[in-house]
Design a protein around this ligand. Structure first.
Ligand code: ADP
Ligand code: MG
Length: 803
């Protein structure tokens, strides 16, 4: 079974059996039949030609005098009826099953092509293939009530490579007014501008056929054209939809009945002008037809030269290849025409060798398909509703999400990544997909931020400034690859250059981290990260205690020291108290300048930063100790449970299970129960502590990040103002101004040096899922508490700010 594409049309060759082009010969009846020269084989499938010696001279160029042609049938003195039965009947029948078919009459003018194809229109008995095919189609439709079958017809004439519509409803005026073009699309080839007529019954079809024939004759007069020089294609279009199956598949087919132009070699006899033009066109289009059909039969050929002529182009999806094809060659039986007869027979035998692979044209009815899918969808939804109500999941909604729901998921994902949300509840597949989607969105946003930060920062450090680079390396700020790193001890900082780079033993908050977070998605974890009001006060009061700090809120850390030590003339717009070092010709390396900055203008921020950092470290230590304690308690609990189970099993074996409705247990078991109860209590208490600590850590972390951010931002401003920016431009670079060279978003700095936090997160994941209460109860409780604590924190912050 082969699959082959003809044009843009898709076929499947499920029923594909290789076939050959059927080639028949019809001999025109004559009283002067050349019995001695033309002989038929016994099976009526071959024809032998013998040339007499005296005819040989001047007629045939070579010395050959005998030819034998093998064909599919020779029709001699055959009635129109027999011709139809032999040539067309099967092909037409198969068209209703979706196979395209083409019947062509080939031969010398006057040999009987039109008689064979159309027949005598005035005599029913002598009607040709065309009216008979229409009759057969309508008869078959009647026999197939299971299918809704439509029939359409068109009649095209090709004359000197121009297209004419023989069924045009407009008065016939020629091709310049209604130009037609051959168009190809995925459904196949069609002729734009050619009228296609729906015919509901045989009679309508006949009327159209006769109208076409009349037009053909009229046109040949008015246009002064020789009808034997034109190709006529009558096409029957069939489309069959099943009535019984609600199947969206349907089949289409075309039957092309082609009355070709005369095949005689006109060019030879010294034609001129119009005659020459006609001759050239005919000979060319017939030889292109042959080339195309031969190419179609050649499995190795990829390119089929359809576009060489209008005839082959118009028949593109109905020639050779994957459709049924019949070639009927009309010949004279007279000796005088033997030369053309020989030529026609050669053409026929060449065609006979061509193989085709007929295939059904199956198409999909989009409308019906949508209807079927809708039905199925409704059914599945019902099914799901039943399932959900059985599984007690009646709240689940399966409809597509709206913008608000998606925004909610985005916020969940952000909170999850920040660590303020411990789990994202899984509801259904659609929601899971959206969660992943939003992870991607958030991640790519973060990556963009990093990139733009990197770009900005790198422009500040001249890569060729070896002195600066070596100073940076000395200060331990650069890793092996030359990336700058932040230091976690709070003594000195990276310059915010590369949040994704790592120091040995340090864990980057990068894609890897993201994956780990993804991995823990949906895992049951412990408490969230509420901020307790008590601990908040600690950090705030510390901030308040700093003498130079005027306001309690960290957000309002002093922006500038009130020192004035420079004797340099200050720029006009610069505040008086602004300290600035004397501007050297080459700026000092950043790490060196940073040390200066921390001792001078940045000292206050640095101090606050260090304090917060030490609080943070202390809390972390406590959290880790608490975690260890919880682990120990848990172990103890497990051991106690085991011992208790052991006791119980012994008791059960001894049959002391029940005595007059009273449970009797020995002292050992009783003590174990008490112990377990106590342990559970401890566990809960420690667990509560851990949750509080974690909240506190998170809050401290936030303060540390803010301080660091402030420190770096201030440093950058100071550095650029001091060493890079002309004094007269500095007005736009004041604190609070939107243009801040080298500003680093907080989100980037958060990722610097927080390995402890990661370790802590991991620890929690290990410890907490074993909560003694039921998971859902627990989760709900935690969430409520989170909310309450969050509100408390916010209120605390506001109060502190007001103070
Ligand atoms: P073509 O279309 O090949 O030029 P036609 O079909 O017009 O040839 O035939 C030329 C003439 O011969 C017509 O008058 C036609 O009626 C007649 N003729 C052709 N074939 C037959 C046939 N098999 N039986 C009777 N008459 C025929
Ligand atoms: Mg004709």
């Amino acid at each position: 079974m082969m699959r082959r594409k003809n044009g843009n049309k898709h076929y499947f060759t499920g029923m594909g059996t290789r076939k050959k082009v059927h080639a028949f010969v019809r001999v025109k009846p004559t009283d002067d039949f050349a019995h001695e020269m033309i002989k038929y084989g016994d099976d009526n499938k071959s024809i032998d030609i013998h040339l007499k010696k005296d005819l040989q001279r001047g007629v045939v160029n070579n010395k050959q005098t005998d030819w034998s042609f093998k064909l599919d049938g020779v029709l001699h003195n055959a009635s129109q009826d027999l011709v139809y039965e032999t040539v067309a009947k099967d092909l037409v029948a198969q068209a209703l099953d979706g196979y395209n078919g083409t019947i062509m009459c080939y031969g010398q003018t006057g040999a009987g092509k039109t008689y064979t194809m159309t027949g005598a229109t005035e005599n029913y008995k002598h009607r040709g293939i065309l009216p008979r095919a229409l009759q057969q189609v309508f008869r078959m439709i009647e026999e197939r009530p299971t299918h809704a079958i439509t029939v359409r017809v068109s009649y095209l004439e090709i004359y000197n490579e121009s297209l004419f519509d023989l069924l045009s409803t407009l008065p016939y005026v020629g091709p310049s007014v209604t130009p037609m073009t051959i168009v190809e699309n995925p459904q196949g080839v069609f002729i734009k501008g050619l009228s296609v007529h729906l015919t509901n019954q045989e009679e309508d079809a006949f009327s159209l056929l006769f109208e076409g024939e009349t037009n053909r004759i009229i046109a040949s007069h008015t246009m002064n054209k020789n009808s034997s020089r034109s190709h006529c294609i009558f096409t029957i279009y069939v489309e069959a939809h099943s009535r019984t199956l609600s199947d969206e598949k349907y089949v289409t087919s075309k039957i092309n009945l082609v009355d070709l132009a005369g095949s005689e070699r006109l060019g030879k006899s010294g034609s001129e002008g119009r005659m020459l033009k006609e001759a050239t066109y005919i000979n060319k289009s017939l030889s292109f037809l042959e080339q195309a059909i031969i190419a179609l039969g050649d499995q190795k050929r990829d390119h089929i030269p359809f576009r060489q002529s209008k005839l082959t182009h118009a028949l593109k999806d109905s020639l050779g290849g994957n459709c049924n094809m019949v070639l009927l060659t009309n010949i004279y039986g007279e000796a005088a025409q033997l030369e053309e007869t020989l030529s026609s027979l050669r053409f026929a035998s060449r065609m006979k060798l061509v193989t085709t692979e007929p295939a059904i044209n199956e198409k999909y009815d989009a409308e019906r398909m949508v209807k079927n899918l809708e039905k199925e969808l409704a059914l599945l939804k019902q099914e799901l509703a039943i399932h959900d109500s059985l599984a007690n999941r009646t709240f689940v909604n399966y409809d597509p999400m709206d913008e608000i729901q998606i925004a909610e998921i985005n916020s969940q994902v952000r909170r999850y990544l920040e660590g303020t949300l411990d789990e994202i509840d899984i509801i259904n597949l659609r929601q899971i997909q959206e969660v992943f989607n939003q992870f991607r969105v958030v991640l790519s946003q973060q990556e963009q931020e990093v990139e733009s930060t990197l770009r900005r920062k790198y422009t500040l450090i001249d890569k060729n400034d070896f002195a600066a680079i070596s100073a940076v390396q000395k200060a331990g700020l650069m890793d092996v690859e030359g990336h700058l790193v932040g230091e976690p001890d709070g003594q000195s900082f990276g310059l915010g250059v590369t949040p994704f780079s790592t120091k040995p033993g340090k864990k980057p908050k990068s894609k890897k981290m993201f994956k780990e977070q993804l991995g823990s998605l949906g895992r049951k974890e412990g408490a969230g990260s509420p901020v307790s009001g008590k601990d908040l006060e600690v950090s705030i009061s510390k901030t308040q205690a700093t003498p130079s700090s005027k306001e309690g809120d960290v957000k309002d850390l002093p922006l500038r020291d009130r020192e004035t030590s420079s004797s340099e003339p200050l720029p006009l717009d610069s505040p008086k108290e602004e300290w600035r070092p004397p501007r050297p010709s080459t700026p000092p390396p950043k790490p060196v300048a940073f040390e200066d900055f921390k001792n001078e203008r940045g000292s206050e921020i640095n101090r606050i930063f260090k304090e917060n950092k030490s609080i943070l470290n202390e809390r972390r230590k406590r959290a880790s100790e608490t975690t260890q304690r919880i682990n120990a308690i848990k172990q103890e609990m497990d051991l106690t449970k085991e011992a208790l189970n052991f006791q119980k099993s012994i008791r059960e074996k001894q049959g002391e299970y029940e005595n007059k409705g009273l449970m009797i247990i020995d002292e050992e078991e009783f003590l174990l129960i008490l112990k377990l109860k106590d342990l559970k209590k401890q566990y809960r208490a420690e667990y509560q502590d851990l949750r509080d600590l974690r909240a506190e850590i998170q809050y401290c972390q936030h303060l540390v990040d803010q301080c660091r951010h402030r420190l770096l931002t201030e440093f950058d401003i100071w550095y650029n103002e001091s060493f890079f920016i002309p004094d007269d431009m500095q007005v736009s670079l004041k604190p609070g101004s939107s243009i801040r060279p080298g500003m680093v978003p907080v989100s980037r700095l958060v990722s610097l040096g927080e390995d402890d936090q990661d370790k802590f997160n991991q620890l929690q994941q290990r410890v907490l899922p074993e909560g003694p209460d039921s998971i859902s109860f627990y989760n709900a409780k935690v969430k409520t508490e989170q909310k309450r604590n969050y509100l408390k924190t916010m209120m605390g912050l506001q109060q502190a700010h007001r103070k």
